[in-house]
Design a protein. Structure first.
Length: 277
């Protein structure tokens, strides 16, 4: 018989051509009335990769790259350290519950003037209503992270306490909580409030404050304020009027009384300095 690939004479019934190296199958044998012309691409591939080469390739694919020992352990240790660091930072930011006696209510005096800020695409005018000084216990703090004007203008809210509320903050668990720019408190037993004069006195001896930093230095200080801090904060109670290019208007008005509660009772403070006591 003749090899259909190289036309060499080979023994009848051969399945392999010793001359060209091709395997001979029934389908590759010449058919009557036709000329068997091998596929050039097939022959190129066949000669590029011998049977031995193909076997070697298959075995190579099965071999997995050995991973250096110890990298997995190192990764776990790094993740554990990052988790511990994040936990410690969170605890530090939350601070601790404490009580301080002898803190007087905030001092305010009428003031005039204004300043301007360009924040989040708004031109904001900040009008001074009263100069403000508060020496108080921080019972809660809340960071607000967002792209809106309120979050960019006042990134931190702080809840202050003074008087009997600050003095009894350890013996009475007020469960202070801040969310949505509000501060909330609750006690398990309202009889405990007799020590501070009842619900009305609690509301008169604490406040929720939206803090607008005067500059980046003050902003860094504000972001460090945490529960349990005793701080002296100075600045102004302000009203904010702002408008963007699309004509959207934003207003924020500060409370000027310690006797109010509910919507509109928060102090909006333009902060010029923070001192830890």
């Amino acid at each position: 018989m003749v090899c259909p690939y190289c036309n060499s004479v080979i023994p009848d019934g051969s399945g392999f051509c010793a001359n060209c190296g091709n395997f001979i199958t029934t389908s590759s044998a010449p058919k009557a009335g036709s000329q068997n012309t091998p596929d050039p691409e097939y022959n190129v591939l066949e000669h590029l990769f011998s049977t031995t080469d193909l076997v070697t390739m298959r075995e190579t694919k099965k071999v997995k790259t050995a991973k250096p020992k110890g990298l997995g352990i190192v990764a776990l240790v790094v993740l554990a350290l990052l988790f511990v660091a994040a936990t410690v930072k969170t605890i530090s930011r939350q601070g601790v519950r404490r009580a301080i006696a002898g803190l007087e209510e905030p001092i305010q005096e009428e003031a005039t003037g204004y300043t301007e800020k360009n924040v989040a695409g708004y031109e904001a005018s900040i009008y001074y209503k009263y100069s403000y000084e508060v020496d108080a216990l921080v019972v809660s703090s809340k960071h607000y992270i967002g792209f809106g004007l309120a979050d960019r203008l006042a990134p931190v809210d702080v809840a202050f306490a003074w008087g009997d509320v600050a003095a009894n903050n350890e013996t009475i668990d007020f469960n202070w909580k801040q969310s949505g720019r509000w501060v909330h408190w609750k006690v398990k037993n309202y009889a405990d409030l007799d020590k501070v004069g009842g619900i009305e006195e609690v509301n008169m001896q604490c406040s929720n404050n939206h803090l607008i930093p005067a500059d980046n230095s003050v902003k860094r200080k504000i972001k460090k304020i945490k529960r349990g801090d005793h701080i002296k904060l100075t600045g102004y109670l302000v009203d904010v009027d702002a408008e963007n290019k699309a004509g959207r208007v934003f207003t924020w008005n500060s409370s000027t009384s310690r006797m109010d509660s509910g919507d509109g009772a928060c102090e909006v403070i333009y902060v010029t300095d923070v001192v830890w006591r």
